[in-house]
Design a protein around this ligand. Structure first.
Ligand code: UDP
Length: 444
């Protein structure tokens, strides 16, 4: 089969960082496997100017910071009746505007990586193709991991790519009009750097993998002898990151664990500033003093000793751990940080979890968006590569136990690797490219 560049149109919007990241990872693979590929990324709703569709991006930003409101909207909208009403309303108010917009492109293939851009765009693309006397194949790549909104599964798409058996089952239950062959379990497309590191590392728990990770720690300016905890709250740096970092610092230092805590603050400048200016040493001494005065230290030691017999060895250490906390802005080399990390602490973002799993990184989930991200927590728990905990004190206690138990970390790492697919983007692109070229060759 002749390999050549394709004209690819991605449909997506900046609701969170994951959709764009997936589209970009796919685009990169098109350039690799189909050199000369030309691609665009289009948000179909914002340019319509029609309310409420034009507010998709700012509304998401607002709602993701207000989980209760998000939960209400998610559950109301994740129903057949709401889906049908929205389809009718958006067709009446937006169809012509979207058609005109999409007609200015002349794609060989359209790929939706956004749940709101399946039903109407697919219909429009089909009609544009008919008008031009060609078939323009339309694919959906579901960028959710464990749960997905019903709107993902609409439209007469040519093929749909999903990241887990849970989503595959959900797609069928929600009435996706696809044969088993066209509902493909591919994994979630993530950036190429993850695939490159996964290949070079050759397994996180191997001797080579361990050396590879030490070298990575050094190359990003961290002490290779220290454990590294990567703390994330999405692109906006949301969640109790400051509180978690503080408890973690205290607990690791108290238990004699040498560690670097890297806090990804994203666009949360205030948090970064707080981390930079905080007197961590003073906080530690004051807290230690308070605890010993109240006697709670003794009580806690007894409880922890009962729960974890190894604690005696750890807590009776004669020296404090050497712990540093680093506040980072938006990290562009996330794969490097995930290679270097010993554990990831994050909200349940699908992209972030898929990236961690691609590199065999154990995960502590600290929050999730109701509905949309709830299934991602199950992916981690069922896969045995992490835990879910909201309370910053308990998070710190569990993590310090993990980090003083190498065999437990290794076991979770292997399970994490088993849940990830670093090559998902390449697999999806090769498949889409092959089908598209076949359709184009049929025509010529
Ligand atoms: N991310 C990044 N640098 C940062 C923060 C986040 O590259 O400083 C990336 C992260 O690696 C992931 C994406 O942003 O690829 C977040 O996607 P996810 O699906 O986890 O969550 P969303 O933001 O879409 O809710």
């Amino acid at each position: 089969m002749e390999k050549k560049g394709l004209k690819v149109l991605f449909l997506s919007a900046d609701t969170g960082g994951g959709h764009r990241a997936s589209a970009e990872s796919l685009a990169k693979q098109f350039l690799k496997y189909f050199p000369g590929t030309d691609y665009d990324l289009v948000d179909v709703w914002t340019p319509t100017g029609v309310y409420p569709y034009r507010t998709l991006v700012p509304s998401y930003k607002h709602l993701s910071a207000h989980p209760r409101r998000w939960k209400a909207l998610y559950y109301i909208s994740n129903t057949r009746i709401y889906e049908q009403m929205t389809n009718i309303h958006s067709t009446l108010t937006c169809k012509e505007k979207i058609r005109k917009h999409l007609e200015s492109y002349d794609p060989d293939v359209v790929i939706s990586v956004h749940p709101t851009m399946t039903y109407l765009p697919e219909k429009i693309v089909r009609q544009i193709g008919e008008k031009r006397g060609k078939k323009i194949p339309f694919f959906t790549v579901v960028t959710d991991f464990g749960s997905g909104h019903c709107t993902w599964f609409q439209g007469m798409v040519d093929r749909m790519y999903v990241a887990s058996d849970r989503i595959k089952t959900l797609a069928k239950r929600r009435g996706a009009k696809l044969s088993d062959d066209d509902l493909v379990m591919s994994g979630l497309p993530i950036r190429d750097e993850f695939a490159i590191h996964a290949k070079n590392m050759n397994g996180r728990t191997t001797e080579h993998g361990k050396n590879y990770r030490r070298d990575m720690k050094a190359s990003i300016g961290l002490d290779p002898e220290k454990k590294m905890i990567l703390l994330m709250g999405g692109g906006e740096g949301v969640g109790s990151l400051g509180e978690i970092a503080e408890n973690l610092y205290y607990e690791l230092r108290r238990k004699g664990v040498d560690a670097s805590i890297c806090v990804v603050c994203g666009r949360n400048e205030q948090l970064r500033e707080d981390i930079k200016t905080k007197n961590w040493d003073k906080m530690y001494e004051e807290r230690k003093e308070r605890r010993s005065k109240s006697g709670s230290l003794k009580k806690l030691k007894n409880i922890l000793k009962r729960k974890s017999p190894n604690m005696k060895e750890i807590s009776s250490g004669t020296r404090d751990g050497d712990v540093t906390v680093l506040g980072l802005g938006f990290v562009s080399n996330m794969a490097d940080f995930m290679v270097a990390a010993d554990v990831l602490v994050s909200k349940a973002g699908p992209g972030t979890i898929a990236e961690a799993a691609s590199l065999g990184l154990p995960v502590m989930i600290t929050s999730f968006l109701p509905g949309q991200e709830a299934g991602n927590v199950d992916i981690v728990l069922d896969g045995g590569f992490g835990a879910f905990q909201k309370n910053p004190i308990k998070i710190a206690s569990i993590l310090s136990d993990w980090l003083t138990n190498d065999s437990l970390i290794d076991e979770m790492s292997k399970k994490s690797e088993a849940a990830g697919n670093p090559n998902a983007a390449a697999d999806i692109v090769k498949d889409i490219g092959k089908i598209t070229l076949e359709i184009m060759n049929e025509k010529s």
